[in-house]
Structure formats: structure tokens, C-alpha cells
Design a protein around this ligand. Structure first.
Ligand code: 4AD
Ligand code: MG
Length: 477
């Protein structure tokens, strides 16, 4: 039986068989108490082993981290802290844990230390809660879109396209790097490469999702995404997961409505289905924050913040409005921003995003209609010819969580933008053809999955919400 189920039953002396990993063992001459966890729940079950039933040598081996199998009966607990416990009549050691060498001792370890021990961190309360929530959110994403009649589309991981045009790509090749085939002009001959052309890991499934939407109506991708940005921050991964819905006939307003509803749904799903994990993480965050200076602490606890986001409309404003607010803000006037805001065209840095969300509006903010110069080629041009129908959703403590837009569906306008930005039209012939044949208004967005998990779990470093983070200089495990 899984411990989660056991903890929900009454202790009426029924026979129980359970396997798991020992969190702690304590006891006296007469009795040993083992706290056992199998990952099914944040809560562990107490196993009681009376000394006259067990060999001392066996009990000695039941150290923190060892894996055991227990048979016994479930009884109402005499102690406080749990309602039921297992009175053991047999215990088998499945794998012992070299007590002196096991890295996870029953004390608080730093997140950095646990990152170095990513192979074992699933056995801690914090990380088991985080990864159960990661699962719940995955499930919520699929449920949300399935219930709305979207189709999940698997877009390619290896591609020739650089959808975002930022050039932050990981190349994929099986050419011999020591002995590259060259053309007469000295350049590398990619016709001899595995796919007969230059390929890379995808930075976004959007362009292919658009093709799907312009036939299936509404689709979404949910896959790994790779970016060779050399930014070692607490919000960037080199390999992260992105959810990208794409909807035919939807304009930017409908796109924003969908994104807002989607985020709220996912958070609500966790509140309803993972209450114990969230409660644990709420307590954890409170403890962490109590170590901070008062002005660095968040105004709300984790659960309170989640509830707040569900219950309030996101603030929607245009980029021009945001720039005005920022230009006239106290920190800008007092030159407190690292990047001062001068006017139209300035890119918003995370300090600006956090000011808007955390200080000014105190709730999620959607900024629309950015200058074309700081956005990708595929976004729909506005009448002013200066701004595009983009939208970014900014979240407290996270900054940008979603980026999206209404797409440029007019062939001539799209081609003009591609020309201006040096995007190769020949390579994207298939993308352009959808504008030639039955084009229509359509929109979509990308949600950074790990950033959503950070928000829901209160974890402050993105490396702590993905099982095995890939970041510059690090691809261990
Ligand atoms: O804003 P981005 O670059 O948008 C796109 O890729 C579009 N093609 C999406 C679309 O319209 N279909 O990325 C979308 C989101 C960001 O808002 C952020 O949450 C996340 O992906 N993201 C990252 N998350 C972790 N590590 C990184 N290096 C990330 N880069 C972007
Ligand atoms: Mg973006």
C-alpha cells in the first residue's frame, strides 16, 4: 500500500505491507520508531518496532536513507503527531544506506547542497513536494486544453528554424568536428551533415504550432525548449519546458483572456489537488523569509498569494503606458534603476517588470503593443507601424511568465518584416505559404513551465523546480 492511502485509513488493526525510505529512526531499549516515506505524500508513516520482536543487528541497519519493507498492522497511534501508525511484525532491509556516508542527514540542508545531490534530493520533503506539484501542473495543463477542445501537437525538437530569431541556438550535427567538410568558398558544407542542412535544437514550437492551428483550429504544444543564452540567472535554464497554445480566429484580446484563464486554472488545480504539499511549502517559505530583512520579505504568504492571483483580474496596459508609469516612478527619478527608463524603445528589464507588478499594481500585469524593434518578426504590426500586437504577462517575484502575440497573417507585411530583420524567407517557405493559402487572424503564447512552477511552489531558483537543470557549464546527471 502507498503511505498516502494508509494515512487516510483508520487504524483498525488491518494487515499492512509497505515499502519506503527511512527518514529517521529513534527509540529506546524497548521500542524503535521509524519514520518512513515512499514519495506518495509529504507525510511519513510511523513504524513501531518493539525490541523483543526484532534482532538488534537488524534494527541498527535501519538508518536514515535505507530502504525497507515492513509488514504489520495499522493501529491508532498512542503518540501525538499522527493518527495511525504501523505496529511492525517483520522488517526487511531492501537496501541499506551506509549511515556515515549517506549525504542526507536528518537536518536542514542548503538548496545548493541538494542541487549537487540531485540524484537524492527527491527524498527530501521540499523536493518531493515540488516534483509532485510539477506533475500536478503538467496534468492541469493537459486537462485545461483538452476540456476546451484543443489538440496537443508534438512539434519537432530538431529543426532548421530559429523561431525567435535571437540566434541562441544549440547546433545539432554528426559531422566530424575535427575534420569538417568544406565548400570551395571555405565555408562548412552542411549538405554533408546528417539532415543535409544546418539544424539546431528548437527554441520554440510556435511556427509549427501555427501550421497546426491553421487546420486543426486550436492546438497546443508542451515540450522541451533549448536556448544557449549565456545568462546564469535564477530564472533561466538552457533546457526548459514550454507550453504554446495557438488559436485560429483569435485576436490579441482573446489571447490574453485565454492566458489569464489558463494560469488561474492551473493554480486552482494545485490548490484543490495538492493542498498538503502547498501547505508544507507555505510554511517553508515563511521560514525562509523570516531570515530576510523586513523590506525584502513578501507581503503575502505562498497560499495567500496564489489565492490572490486567482481572485483578481490581471492589470492590462500598453507598453507606452508602462513606459510613462516607469519614467515617472520614484526609483527612476531617484536613479535607482540599473537601467534608467528614457522613453519609447527601451526594453523592460526585470527590475522594471518587478516594479510594475510588485510596487505599482500589486498584481499580475499584462503589457501589450511593444515596439517592433524589441520583438520577433512574426508579430502583427499595428496601424502606427511602430508597435506590434505583443503581450507579455508579468508575475510577482517571477517577472515575465508568458510571452505571446497576435500573428502577422498578411503575407506582404510578414515578408517586409522578415526582410528588415534578415529572416531567411527561403528556409521558412512553408510558414509563408500558410499566409498565401487560407490565411486568417490567429494568436498564441508561450508559458515558461518552470516559471509557473516557481510561482506555485515559492521556490526562488529555477534550478530547484526541474529535476536535472541544464545551465551554462552544467549538464550533470
Ligand atoms: O517570450 P518567449 O521567448 O516566447 C516565445 O518563445 C514564443 N514563441 C511564444 C509563443 O508566442 N508561442 O518565451 C516564452 C516564455 C517566457 O515568457 C518565459 O516564461 C519562458 O518562456 N522562457 C524561459 N524559461 C526558462 N528559461 C529560459 N531561458 C527561458 N526563456 C524563455
Ligand atoms: Mg519573451
Amino acid at each position: 500500500m502507498k503511505i498516502k492511502e494508509i494515512l487516510q485509513s483508520k487504524g483498525s488493526e488491518q494487515k499492512i505491507h509497505v515499502k519506503g525510505w527511512v527518514r529517521t529512526r529513534r527509540g529506546s531499549k524497548h521500542v524503535t520508531f521509524i519514520s518512513l516515506n515512499d514519495g506518495s505524500s509529504i507525510n511519513s508513516i510511523q513504524v513501531v518496532a518493539e525490541s523483543n520482536n526484532f534482532d538488534e543487528a537488524l534494527v541498527k541497519q535501519i538508518t536514515t536513507g535505507s530502504c525497507i519493507s515492513v509488514s504489520g498492522k495499522l493501529v491508532a497511534s498512542k503518540g501525538s503527531g499522527q493518527t495511525v501508525e504501523i505496529l511492525a511484525n517483520s522488517i526487511k532491509i531492501l537496501g541499506n544506506a551506509e549511515a556515515e556516508n549517506y549525504p542526507l542527514q536528518p537536518k536542514k540542508h542548503s538548496l545548493e547542497f541538494l542541487r549537487e545531490n540531485a540524484h537524492l534530493r527527491f527524498r527530501t520533503n521540499t523536493f518531493s513536494a515540488v516534483f509532485r506539484l510539477r506533475h500536478a501542473l503538467t496534468f492541469a495543463v493537459h486537462k485545461f486544453f483538452n476540456d476546451k477542445g484543443f489538440f496537443n501537437l508534438h512539434t519537432p525538437i530538431i529543426t532548421g528554424a530559429d523561431a525567435e530569431g535571437a540566434g541562441e541556438i544549440f547546433q545539432v550535427t554528426n559531422l566530424d568536428l575535427e575534420n569538417l567538410p568544406k565548400k570551395v568558398d571555405g565555408k562548412i558544407d552542411f549538405s554533408e551533415d546528417f539532415f543535409g542542412s544546418k539544424t539546431n535544437l528548437t527554441v520554440s514550437g510556435q511556427l509549427e504550432a501555427e501550421l497546426g492551428a491553421l487546420g486543426l483550429g486550436q492546438v497546443y504544444t508542451f515540450g522541451p525548449t533549448f536556448r544557449a543564452e549565456n545568462s546564469n540567472t535564477s530564472r533561466h535554464l538552457s533546457e526548459f519546458w514550454m507550453i504554446e497554445p495557438e488559436v485560429a480566429f483569435a485576436d490579441l484580446n482573446e489571447n490574453m483572456d485565454l492566458a489569464e484563464e489558463f494560469l488561474k486554472y492551473c493554480i486552482q488545480y494545485c490548490i484543490e489537488n495538492n493542498a498538503e504539499d502547498l501547505q508544507f511549502l507555505d510554511g517553508r517559505m515563511e521560514e525562509e523569509e523570516s531570515k530576510l530583512k523586513k523590506e525584502e520579505r513578501s507581503e503575502m504568504g505562498l497560499l495567500e498569494r496564489l489565492q490572490f492571483v486567482i481572485e483578481n483580474n490581471f492589470e492590462r496596459l500598453t507598453y507606452r503606458e508602462a513606459i510613462d508609469v516607469l519614467r515617472n516612478s520614484k526609483p527612476n527619478k531617484k536613479k535607482k534603476f540599473q537601467y534608467p527608463i528614457n522613453g519609447f524603445g527601451d526594453d523592460l528589464q526585470s527590475e522594471h517588470e518587478r516594479y510594475l507588478v510588485e510596487k505599482k499594481y500589486k498584481k499580475p500585469v499584462i503589457i501589450t503593443d511593444y515596439p517592433k524593434g524589441i520583438k520577433a518578426f512574426y508579430m502583427r504590426m499595428n496601424e502606427d507601424n511602430e508597435t506590434v500586437r505583443a503581450m507579455d504577462i508579468l508575475f510577482p517575484t517571477i517577472g515575465e511568465i508568458i510571452g505571446g502575440s497576435q500573428r502577422e497573417e498578411r503575407l506582404d507585411k510578414l515578408q517586409a518584416r522578415m526582410e528588415e530583420l534578415n529572416v531567411c524567407q527561403k528556409e521558412l517557405w512553408w510558414y509563408l505559404e500558410t499566409r498565401k493559402f487560407g490565411t486568417c487572424t490567429h494568436s498564441g503564447f508561450g508559458l515558461g513551465f518552470e516559471r509557473l512552477i516557481m510561482f506555485v511552489t515559492g521556490m526562488k531558483n529555477i534550478r530547484d523546480v526541474i529535476p536535472f537543470p541544464r545551465t551554462p557549464q552544467n549538464a550533470e546527471f
